[in-house]
Design a protein around this ligand. Structure first.
Ligand SMILES: [Zn+2]
Length: 236
């Protein structure tokens, strides 16, 4: 195993722990993955392992044809493999994908309005959110349809279902997930208040989105999130 793969394993395991720490996990139902560069393989959540128990060692290594390469006796959920593999096959620039059924994410996914761009945090995602209509539990070919809906967007709201983020790196996918979860929570809390929202001009939304793109440092936020869960686990 290369040093790079070992690092990706540690970072992907830590990502599961971050998702667990913030309560965005859904027992055994959702999944995170990262592509191993210069290979046809990805690392993905082991089937039937809760997020807090995911480790660098029990991650499943699987090639994009579905052949499990790791020999740790863990398997991958077929629907999970299908979604992640189709995303990686469709875009060589995507190197990580994360899917959650978090409370606030599912809540926003169930609203006709979708995500509202009514505050600075939400503008990180301005013009960068894809939507995918609900069609029952993900089947063997749902990944292909999800890719068709994703197009060139970085994040997706799976209507009536949950959230999906992608990234050029695992750092970017987790950074986007952190803020998407945050703005979904903010939106649901805002909508529970009996007042109207201040609308922002499109020019301001576009300007702010461009500003965010210029100051993007997802590797720094990732390092903070990783240290946070390590600190909390050591100081229980
Ligand atoms: Zn799902």
């Amino acid at each position: 195993m290369t040093d790079l793969e070992q690092q990706l394993r540690e970072d992907l395991a830590a990502s599961h722990h971050v998702v667990y720490h913030y309560g965005w996990d859904d027992l055994l139902a959702t999944h995170l993955s990262v592509r191993i560069p210069q290979s046809n393989a990805v690392l993905i959540t082991p089937h039937n392992v809760p997020f807090e128990e995911v480790s660098a060692e029990n991650l499943v290594k699987v090639d994009l044809n579905g052949r499990v390469l790791s020999q740790n006796s863990y398997t991958v959920m077929p629907q999970a493999f299908n979604i992640h593999a189709e995303i990686y096959k469709a875009s060589s620039s995507i190197h990580s994908a994360m899917h959650t059924h978090s409370t606030y994410g599912v809540a926003v996914s169930s609203l006709k309005s979708g995500l509202l761009f009514c505050n600075q945090q939400a503008l990180r995602f301005y013009n960068d959110v894809a939507y995918h209509d609900y069609n029952g539990l993900a089947l063997a070919n749902e990944g292909h349809e999800i890719v068709q809906s994703l197009q060139d967007k970085k994040v997706m709201i799976l209507r009536n279902h949950g959230l999906l983020t992608t990234g050029k790196t695992i750092y970017e996918a987790l950074y986007l997930l952190y803020y998407l979860e945050k703005v979904c929570e903010l939106q649901i809390k805002l909508q529970s208040v009996n007042d109207s929202l201040i609308e922002l001009d499109e020019s301001v939304c576009l300007k702010t989105k461009a500003q965010f793109e210029r100051i993007l440092t997802p590797e720094k936020e990732f390092a903070v999130l990783k240290r946070r869960v390590q600190y909390l686990s050591q100081n229980k």
